[in-house]
Design a protein around this ligand. Structure first.
Ligand SMILES: [Zn+2]
Length: 301
């Protein structure tokens, strides 16, 4: 079976997974205009209010880095934690929505860089939550050190992360099931070796949608690194972007909220639901990567 057909089969499985349908509890503390609330403030540590996304999925991150909270009948799932200094901002947002932080039972991660996973060790300490690693993340999370094949490795070594206790690894195309909600892991090593996207179904009244937390797609590196010298990395990037393009995708969310225009969409300035969003997100990244390769062979003078 071709890679494409395997993906299609897995996507169909995910879509068939039962969606958790439960009454949406109104949480009046949620911010209604995130575009305005974070206007002019996109720092990774700039505090933000919590906001409702779709169904029982909430934004609890900062103005510059996404952290998501999903309420299930069997406890809370947190996705990403932000920079180390953001741990208490995230927990404050969870409390502002009216949830006890000890109700966070699982933590999932987009990729193993300090700006998204740096707060996880502290969040784990304060909540007791289990970290379920993406398909290729566990070694980096456990040591706090980057994979040597990461094009940003020399930069990341300057931002070491506290080691994270990893309960287990979720294999590609399989799901952590929490209170009937299936959080499916998709390895897409475009931005980093451990890059993972997560998808889950949410219902809001009669409307059920796939929420897609698609990982970063930027192909950046430490100075002096040339992607064209690393065929295995180039192949992983193209394959990772193909995985993102094929994801089940209704409500796209990205680790940097600006990469998916999340706040204007939450504020009603643009559609929140767009089934083509993942394909467009991957295609734009592929074009930027091609440009990068061209500039490596013909450096600008
Ligand atoms: Zn990163």
């Amino acid at each position: 079976m071709s890679a494409k057909r395997v993906l299609a089969a897995l996507a169909a499985l995910t879509l068939a997974a039962p969606a958790a349908t439960q009454p949406l509890i109104p949480r009046p503390q949620a911010e209604r205009d995130m575009a305005k609330a974070c206007a002019g403030r996109d720092g990774w540590g700039d505090p933000a209010s919590p906001a409702h996304i779709f169904g029982n999925t909430w934004y609890v991150g900062t103005c510059g880095i996404t952290t998501l909270l999903v309420e299930t009948p069997d406890g809370l799932v947190l996705l990403d934690g932000g920079i180390p200094q953001a741990a208490n901002l995230v927990l404050d947002n969870v409390r502002k929505l009216g949830f006890p932080v000890k109700a966070i039972r699982w933590i999932l991660i987009s990729h193993e860089h300090f700006d998204h996973a740096g707060a996880i060790a502290e969040l784990q300490r304060q909540t007791g939550a289990k970290v379920i690693a993406g398909p290729n993340q566990a070694a980096m999370l456990r040591t706090g050190k980057p994979d040597p094949s990461d094009p940003q490795a020399p930069l990341l070594l300057k931002e070491p992360m506290r080691p994270i206790k990893v309960a287990r690894t979720q294999a590609h195309g399989t799901a952590l099931v929490a209170g009937g909600v299936h959080f499916t892991a998709w390895a897409n090593p475009a931005h980093s070796p451990g890059s993972t996207s997560w998808t889950w179904r949410q219902c809001q009244g009669p409307e059920c949608r796939t929420v897609t937390y698609a990982d970063s797609t930027s192909t950046i590196s430490a100075d002096g690194y040339r992607f064209s010298d690393h065929p295995a990395r180039m192949k992983a990037i193209r394959e990772g972007l193909a995985v993102i393009a094929a994801l089940p995708c209704d409500v796209l969310i990205t680790p940097h909220p600006s990469a998916s225009d999340l706040f204007p969409r939450l504020s009603g300035m643009r559609p929140l639901v767009d089934p083509q969003a993942c394909a467009a997100y991957a295609e734009a990244a592929g074009k930027r990567f091609s440009q990068r390769l061209i500039s490596e062979t013909n450096p600008p003078r």
